[in-house]
Design a protein around this ligand. Structure first.
Ligand code: ZN
Length: 70
């Protein structure tokens, strides 16, 4: 019984470490009290049509160019 629990615990521990690492890459993401990090492209409502040509003049659709989510 103890063996199985130990294994489970180690796995849980590792999972937590990975999540911890993730959080360090996303400042504020771990604190629900803080507002989410502001992203430059967020105004979906008044953004140019996602299927319209990109305003940067690349000739590609906006959603495939500057409007493309990372
Ligand atoms: Zn563009």
């Amino acid at each position: 019984m103890a063996k199985g629990e130990d294994r489970f615990e180690r796995r849980y521990e590792r999972n937590r470490e990975e999540k911890e690492r993730h959080r360090k890459n996303l400042p504020g993401a771990d604190d629900p009290a803080l507002p989410p990090p502001v992203e430059p492209i967020r105004n979906d409502a008044d953004a140019p049509g996602r299927n319209d040509p990109c305003p940067c003049g690349s000739g590609r659709k906006y959603k495939k160019c500057c409007g493309k989510p990372e």
